[in-house]
Design a protein around this ligand. Structure first.
Ligand SMILES: [Zn+2]
Length: 518
């Protein structure tokens, strides 16, 4: 590991006159926060502009000045030693909210340069959001947190276990009022997970009606679309239709072509999305830089026909392969964690489709018996690298992790350094400045966050200092929590949360509620 030493910080009094740069008025000497100046940096502004040598002065939680700055007498100084300073990375599709109160240092996130996470994804959200936000304010983490409100969560509130059907108009009415309440609490918009229970049973009209409610509150729509494999094109049509009918920005979550027969069709997808944009529909996407997803075994059966051998055969030949399905967690037999379906099939003396059907049956019986949810998880290899690279390069696609703070998928620790290392430095998929834009200002734009994702006077001082020559992911499926290298220092709201390869004890993270106007 190589970390530039940057901690040349001397804690001293503020240089008071400096705030005039922001306020454009005479200095007001009283009550000014101490300033820190980060010097000898190569600045990348997050807007896609070219890199330039410079310095950034931070006052309290904000960036005060940017440019050719000299430290004032007694001012705290950080010597960036020629490393690159960018806006802190914004993770627009995160599951890090799950363990956040147990891992308030959010090491998985800050160690890869993430300063803001956006949760409430795939139709699932903390409930009610107002309580979650209050708790975050009482027990703040190291990172900023924003959230969508989940359609599945609302549907569960209204329909309970009787969800395998279309909702009645009265039920949709109740969903509308719960959604309005969550939007008032500050949700960024509505999220759906239409490949999951209970969202998969919703009629398209139900989703459109709820998206209209989100639009009326100035919110947006973000979706794990109804299919990422068998019915992919219809699913893309559905999200475009939602954008058109409900008149709000729509974002395709973790965009991918996750079936062998879809490989090579990234250009067709981008053409479809660009045509929709040309018709005035604000459709965007986020993406993570791996060829394998993490989900449940049941998601491999969109018709939920777990006893249908033909469906199981399709899943292990078209969607993935027996070698490409790696169990992350399996409650009934914990020793299966880390084994592939091919290995488990061999152990049990059954063929892969039969084994897949057996595992689901056993997991469901286990869930019933124990009352636990999610008895199993799987990492499935389903994507091709040429498609990933085409989608990553799309000007409207921003980077996300889809990761957890202590999950089995390496994306939780590796995503942003992997993009900067493998896809920028090694494979040249996009220039570094463009990659940083996808991690910062574009990400903020695609989820409706203001004041973050840019290096400019007045923006929040969420910053990451990294070495573009060495930054790289180290996490793998065998070692999903291996720390990335090349991330030197990370600031959230002006406070250092990560340096010298470790989280600091600071917890400056804030709740980011939806801005009133979009
Ligand atoms: Zn998802």
């Amino acid at each position: 590991m190589r970390f530039a030493s940057t901690a040349l910080i001397s804690a001293c009094a503020a240089t008071l006159a400096l705030t005039s740069a922001v306020r454009g008025a005479a200095p007001a000497p009283a009550k000014l926060a101490p300033t820190t100046v980060i010097v000898n940096a190569v600045l990348v502004d997050g807007l896609g502009g070219g890199r330039r040598a410079g310095a950034v002065r931070v006052s309290g939680d904000r960036i005060l000045e940017v440019g050719d700055l000299r430290p004032a007498a007694g001012e705290a100084v950080v010597d960036a030693r020629g490393l690159m300073l960018a806006p802190g990375f914004i993770d627009t599709h995160s599951h890090a909210g799950r363990g956040l109160f147990e891992h308030r240092d959010a090491l998985a996130a800050v160690s890869q340069g993430i300063t803001t996470i956006v949760g409430g994804q795939d139709g699932e959200s903390p409930w009610p959001l107002a309580d979650f936000f209050v708790r975050l304010q009482r027990e703040p983490p190291a990172i900023n947190v924003a959230s969508y409100v989940g359609h599945g969560r609302i549907r569960h509130e209204v329909m309970g276990d009787d969800f395998r059907r279309a909702a009645t108009p009265a039920e949709v009415g109740r969903m509308r009022s719960l959604l309005e309440r969550e939007m008032r609490a500050g949700a960024l918009g509505l999220s759906t997970g239409l490949e999951y229970d209970p969202g998969i049973y919703s009629a398209p009209a139900e989703v459109i009606e709820l998206a209209r409610v989100a639009a009326a509150s100035g919110g947006r729509y973000i979706s794990h679309v109804r299919s990422e494999d068998r019915h992919f094109w219809e699913a893309i049509d559905e999200i475009i239709t939602i954008g058109r009918e409900a008149k709000l920005p729509v974002q395709v979550s973790h965009v991918k072509l996750a079936m062998h027969s879809l490989w090579g069709q990234a250009d067709r997808l981008l053409r479809t999305l660009d045509e929709a944009r040309a018709r005035g529909i604000d459709v965007t996407a986020d993406i993570y830089p791996y060829l394998y997803w993490q989900s449940t075994l049941t998601v491999l059966f969109p018709a939920r026909d777990f006893e249908n051998r033909a469906s199981a055969e399709f899943a292990v030949t078209e969607v993935s392969t027996p070698e490409g399905l790696l169990l992350g967690r399996f409650g009934p037999e914990p020793s299966y964690a880390g084994k592939t379906l091919a290995e488990i099939a061999k152990l049990r003396g059954t063929d892969p489709p039969a084994t897949l059907m057996d595992l689901i049956r056993e997991a469901q019986a286990y869930e019933k018996k124990t009352g636990l949810e999610y008895a199993e998880s799987v990492i499935g290899t389903s994507m091709s690298e040429p498609d990933l690279e085409r989608l990553l390069a799309w000007p409207h696609a921003n980077v996300c992790t889809d990761g957890e703070l202590d999950g089995p998928h390496p994306r939780g620790y590796g995503t942003f350094p992997r993009v900067l290392g493998r896809y920028v430095r090694e494979r040249g998929v996009v220039p570094l400045e463009e990659a940083v834009r996808k991690m910062t200002s574009l990400a903020a734009h695609n989820v409706g966050l203001a004041g973050r994702g840019e290096i400019r006077p007045g923006a929040y001082a969420d910053l990451v200092l990294f070495d573009p020559a060495t930054v790289a992911d180290r996490a793998t499926t065998a070692h999903p929590h291996a720390r990335a290298v090349g991330i030197s220092t990370v600031w959230v709201n002006g406070a250092v949360v990560f340096e010298k390869g470790a989280a600091t004890a600071r917890r400056p993270g804030r709740v980011l509620r939806r801005e009133r106007s979009r």
